[in-house]
Design a protein around this ligand. Sequence first.
Ligand SMILES: Cc1cc2nc3c(=O)[nH]c(=O)nc-3n(C[C@H](O)[C@H](O)[C@H](O)COP(=O)(O)OP(=O)(O)OC[C@H]3O[C@@H](n4cnc5c(N)ncnc54)[C@H](O)[C@@H]3O)c2cc1C
Length: 397
Amino acid sequence: MRDMKTDFDIVIIGAGLVGLTTALACAESGASVALLDRNTISVGADGRASALSSTSLRLFDNLGVDLRGQTQSIRDMLVTEGVPDAPWRLHFQGDVDGGDLGALIENTSLKAALVNKVKSSALITTHGPIEIHDAVHAADGVNVETDQGTLTARLLIAADGRNSVLRRKAGITAQRFDYDAASLVTTISHDLPHDGLAWQRLISGGALAVLPLTGDRSQIVWSGKTAGIQAATEMPEDSFLALLSEKMDGYLGDMSLIAPRQNYPLRLQMADGFTATRLALVGDAAHVIHPLAGQGLNLGLRDAAAIADGIKMARATGQDVGVSSLLDYDLWRNSDTRAVGLLTHIIAESSRLNIGLIGHARRLSLALTNRSDAIKSNLGKRASGEGHDLPDLMQFR
Ligand SMILES: Cc1cc2nc3c(=O)[nH]c(=O)nc-3n(C[C@H](O)[C@H](O)[C@H](O)COP(=O)(O)OP(=O)(O)OC[C@H]3O[C@@H](n4cnc5c(N)ncnc54)[C@H](O)[C@@H]3O)c2cc1C
């Protein structure tokens, strides 16, 4: 690090999708940022795609992240249970204003666009691979000790994922619930067009999601008990495709696998607080939720925009960014995160415990929700993030 800048307004540890976005959001207000990762900061290999809400898409637009040609709009969303014509279904055709319901993007495409933008920013310095040894409080900031020297900052942001070392080092405890469940993720190409339909079927013990990608391709996210998902990951490809096609009632015609099947263990995890002295947690370092509703990254992006709001305000009023930017952050992000986490947990647990009254209650609530425009509009707003007090970077400009 010799001859390089070592004093920053903000040091961010972790350059995943949330850390990269947080760096851009913080730099937007003119703050200097160092972004550190123990791995090389590059696109990497991630076979997943993310469903981005309209507010997340707006954030990227406002940050100048170029996603043109990389996203597939979600025009239609169908959640079913049982046979295709069963009354237990929830159907969204466009959002309340008739617009798209968000968009799908492959994680590698999103990361490539973010890395490009970060590396072209004059305010952001990146270091990776780098080993973080410690973060020690000083009188007016934090010293981040690494294998390549010490960096100083007013504020430290932990974007170091679900096993966050910084969270544990700061003494912030977390509540954790392991689902004994996993998601099998892969990509298919298919004969029939998906027409922008995001299709989800609640099946015994879990859920099968078929999410539209660009072209005649879709992402499969099949969640269920760990042992069953492991077996589906290992079965011969033609048997797997036959099983998949049967569960999908063949609605996409002939299909081929175009990516390996990958397995992700699932957990619910909530930090008991999102801040400590001169420290903010963002993304999976703060919260991990079941992927069933495709909301984990969207929550992390709302964290990024919210902390950037606090930093902008602190800088505009000449205050210490390491102190005043945290004042509203915990309260602001806690309620949103817990509400979304609880909702996905209830859906996940009710499909896992597919028995007696719980199963009946779930089927009935799908049918009733489908008949109520008010509840549907409320759910849609919650999923898109529009129902909240939105950070500046997520508002229309
Ligand atoms: C199957 C599946 C499907 C999903 N689908 C969706 C979806 O459709 N929509 C959605 O919104 N969300 C979805 N999610 C959730 C989403 O993928 C995550 O919430 C998101 O990727 C978390 O990003 P992150 O940057 O916080 O963490 P991570 O991606 O885990 O990044 C953490 C970064 O920190 C670095 N790091 C870790 N420890 C250290 C350290 N000690 N020092 C330095 N660097 C460190 C790592 O190298 C990494 O780069 C899904 C999740 C799963 C499992």
